[in-house]
Design a protein around this ligand. Structure first.
Ligand code: HEM
Length: 453
């Protein structure tokens, strides 16, 4: 094969028949991380299948921007169609472009400012239900909070607590199934009427029922709403035809799934780090106390919460929710010194990229100060928690805003203390979530009174 047609090299450690399946099954995050030392692009073998892993920030950027026309979203997103086959995150080609143009205005920075009050009230109501000395399952707490924020800000919906839990469980079940099917495709087993598949069908039906209820309510009382669901209902194509019902359902379900779990795990990791670094906690408290000065949080406070944002940014770096993002080549593509043939399955990982010692000094240290403007900044294209190019997260401004609000609101009222003897470890599921995260609430007023005594 000439230099012009070089396949990426195969990573060391391939075993006959099973390829690299063992280290991947043993510890997927560690396996993907060490692959970075084997070059800008490497191939791994999963049984008979070969998957190409793009490591270099320049080549990832190229693939997501100038070369994006040569790729579809690939294996994982194909399986995520369990949520709805036409939703923005899984759509490809012209359909994606039209839908993205339609939905983009609802996620513009200026529009997101209009969601601040709802985001604040939704977060405040969850936080207000905590009491002194509660031991929280912080991951679940954050999942419910983030889910309620998407539902209230984007769909004007406030589900009862038991419905919110049912929705969360259903989303979780579908996510687990999508990841399992992507990593271990068993096409026949997926179609059999097994107990597991019936559970999946129930989860899907619960989720779709909840979303259908929201859409029906918007149709019945259109004047009461001005949100993302109304925008989808009002949309017309060039012939004046509205979007079909099943597409609206897919789109709303897709937003719920894409927007809840991601922000939730970032919040969980942030409070895990703040809880074990009293110096960072003190700076966070000092900032929110000064900026909020006892007032209710509004959009005007957000630009002044600079340390809070640095904490969010550092969490997005060290604990990027995305550890496995897929693509598939639609034709022969040249990437760097290599050629990928039609149908090549590709993956890239924001999580491992952000932990690369060649890009970040002391990468495993949680250090929000690394984002101060007077510090050397990481090389171009090496901080991409939201992806890049035409498939970049549409909800990035939404997510930044809600995460800043949640962090500031919690910090203004509570200290979250780590439960003793349990150290959470990152688990590569649909996002990178903490294995377990139990934290105890300590009201800050009590703290201030102790200091004054
Ligand atoms: C910390 C929070 C979040 C992170 C880290 C995140 C990350 C990402 C990433 C990496 C992608 C691109 C995947 C790819 O290139 O294949 C993406 C796409 C997407 N995200 Fe997010 N996301 C977050 C929050 C949200 C929120 C709050 C929403 C909506 C309310 C949302 C909606 C979407 C949608 C609809 C897409 C698909 C966009 C398209 O393909 O055009 N995300 N997200």
């Amino acid at each position: 094969m000439t230099a012009d047609h070089r396949l990426p090299p195969i990573a060391p450690g391939r075993r006959p028949l099973i390829g690299h399946a063992l280290p991947l099954l043993r510890d997927r995050l560690a396996f993907l991380q060490q692959l970075r030392s084997h070059g800008p692009i490497v191939r791994i073998a999963l049984g008979p299948k070969s998957v190409t892993v793009v490591n270099s920030p320049e080549l990832i950027h190229q693939m997501l921007t100038v070369q994006s026309g040569h790729f579809t979203k690939g294996l994982l997103f194909e399986k995520l169609k369990l949520f709805g086959k036409d939703a923005l995150p899984v759509a490809d080609g012209p359909r994606h472009l039209t839908r993205r143009r339609l939905m983009q205005p609802a996620f513009h920075r200026e529009r997101v400012i209009g969601y601040v009050r709802t985001m604040r009230d939704t977060a405040a109501s969850a936080i207000g239900a905590w009491s002194e000395g509660n031991e929280l399952d912080l991951k679940t707490e954050m999942q419910l909070m983030a889910q309620n924020i998407v539902m209230s800000a984007a769909f004007s919906a406030t589900p009862e607590p038991h419905t919110a839990r049912e929705i969360l469980t259903s989303v979780d079940t579908l996510f687990k199934a999508a990841l399992r099917r992507a990593l271990l495709p068993l096409p026949l087993a997926d179609r059999l009427p097994t107990r597991y598949n019936r559970r999946l069908a129930r989860a899907s039906s619960t989720l779709h029922q909840a979303v259908t209820g929201i859409i029906t309510d918007h149709r019945t009382r259109p004047d009461d709403y001005d949100d993302i669901v109304s925008m989808l209902l009002d949309a017309r194509d060039e012939t004046g035809t509205p979007l079909p019902d099943d597409e609206i359902l897919s789109e709303v379900t897709g937003l719920l799934a894409a927007g809840s779990e991601t922000a939730a795990v970032v919040m969980a990791w942030l409070f895990h780090e703040v809880g074990r670094h009293p110096d960072l906690e003190a700076r966070l408290h000092a900032e929110v106390d000064t900026v909020l000065a006892g007032q209710e949080l509004t959009a005007d406070h957000l630009p002044r919460l600079t340390y809070t944002r640095a904490l969010v940014q550092e969490t997005l770096r060290l604990y990027s929710p995305g550890w496995l993002v897929t693509r598939q080549a639609t034709g022969t593509v040249r990437l760097g010194d290599f050629t990928l043939s039609t149908g090549t399955d590709v993956v890239w990982s924001p999580y491992t990229l952000h932990r690369d010692p060649g890009l970040y000094r002391d990468p495993l240290r949680f250090d929000p100060d690394r984002w101060l403007p007077d510090r050397p900044q990481p090389p171009k294209n090496s901080f991409i928690p939201f992806g890049a190019g035409k498939r970049q997260c549409i909800g990035d401004a939404f997510a930044w805003t809600e995460m800043t609000i949640i962090t500031a609101l919690i910090a203004s009222r509570w200290r979250l203390r780590p439960a003793p003897r349990i150290l959470p470890v990152p688990v590569g599921a649909i996002t990178v979530h903490p294995s377990v995260l139990r934290m105890k609430t300590e009201a800050r007023q009590a703290d201030t009174a102790r200091e004054a005594a």
